[in-house]
Ligand binder design. Sequence first.
Ligand code: TYM
Length: 504
Amino acid sequence: MIDEKVKQYSEELKRLGIEHKIFEHPQLLTVEEVQSYLGKTVKDACATLIMKADDHFVAVVRRGDIKLDFEKLKKLLGVSNLRLASGEEFTKVTNNPVGTAKVYNHGIKTYLEKSIFEKDYLNGGSGSLTVTIGYKVADLKKIPGSELIDVSQKEIQAVTGGKIKGRKRILSGITPSGDGTLHIGNYLGAVKQFIEFAKTHDCFLMVADLHALTTIQNKEQLQKNTETLIVNELALLGDLTNIVFFRQSDVPLHAELQTILNNVTPLGLIKRAHAYKDKLAKDTNEEEINMGLFNYPVLMAADILLYKPDLVPVGRDQKQHVEITRDIAERFNKAYKREVFPLPESYIPEEVAVILGTDGKRKMSKSLGNIISIFEDENIIRKQVMKTYTDPTRIHASDPGHIEGNMVFTYLEYFGNRTEFENLKKLYREGKIADVEAKDYLLKGLMETFQQARERYQELSSNPQKVKKILSNGAEKARDFAASTMKEIREAIGLTNKYSFFKY
Ligand code: TYM
């Protein structure tokens, strides 16, 4: 049954001269689910993103497999704040349930991302979870006030199976600092993106143990942290197809490249780096800052450039380091008049760029004690969830509650069923559920999301041989790749000799 609202929308499209077809299906939430039901892929879909740009809303229509370059879009729109609308804002401005965004929404300016025009027809939202509309793409230009823009990130290919020619390469790393365990901030900010990319890209992921030396100078602790992080990451990743997973110190070329890059890196650039500046700001005497910490961005540049990645998915705190890497790469290429290093870009989805901690104030970080763990005992995770900041103005469960800034609802955005989540928000606002019920729901969502990973964690923890094998395979592949880049570097800079008595 096609509901009245969809019929009216279809009439409106007809009036505008936008050719379209209507497909009915069972209630499906994600684009992937709908497309697979209709026998198509996300490449044949378009998604309308409703975004809050400063104080107004805009709609950006992009192809299902293309990600947007938020920074570019921000510049283009001339705004300083840009983010995806929250579920609530979405429903308010579109009058439709989350996940059903129509391509044309009254009163909201529509921007059409160039990539959609590579297809004749694309399936998109209809305002209903049980109907999808196939739009004739060329006709979308008839949407009143619509504008064409070019803001796609480096392409995200949603092609599965087989080797894809010219596939993009992804690289990232995590430092075994703290106690080596991962929290949901690491997961949402970095690991989750990585898992998505690994479906269609060639990926390198390193456990950056050399970086940990800046703070950990205790043999047992470093070993324990590194092993902990390895098992945490492997458990989260699960399938390692397309992923070279390795330990940084297994590839000594990182250190060699750091030495080389030191010579094209201006001192001022590194003095401006956050890690050093922050440390200095905590009124630490310069005498107490080691060179490893100071020079850390150059090692990170080496980590990245050895693998010539297109994208580096990280949280916002690492953005500056990727920018420094680009700067160093450019200086190297210029100095040696050779494009040895392609310039990598960071990949930082705005909505998870910084995941706040359970205190609701500061970035989630082990050292601040405001984390939610992934692999701890359920009792510990329950305690972390129970102390999560909610709505301080709410005294009784029957008081209307606020969602904004309420960390339980912030996390629920990622760890809960969408429909139940919307319902829960409504009940909370109306003062019909207590904080503890929302927290219980979050705990349930976390346990469900990480159930398989937690099982893998148990399995890997009791199977060191398997872990060792994965690491030796990864190290070998990483070394091979890094060695071929290093050969190029050595040739470019003259660390090669022909012993031809100076006739070069
Ligand atoms: P590290 O180990 O501090 O953090 C690992 C990743 O998790 C992200 N992250 C967060 N994202 C959102 N919200 C949070 N609360 C949050 N906390 C952590 C970080 O941004 C990071 O992406 N220097 C790096 C490791 C590294 C690296 C590399 C990364 C070494 N070499 C080469 C990329 C490429 C670091 O210390 O991340």
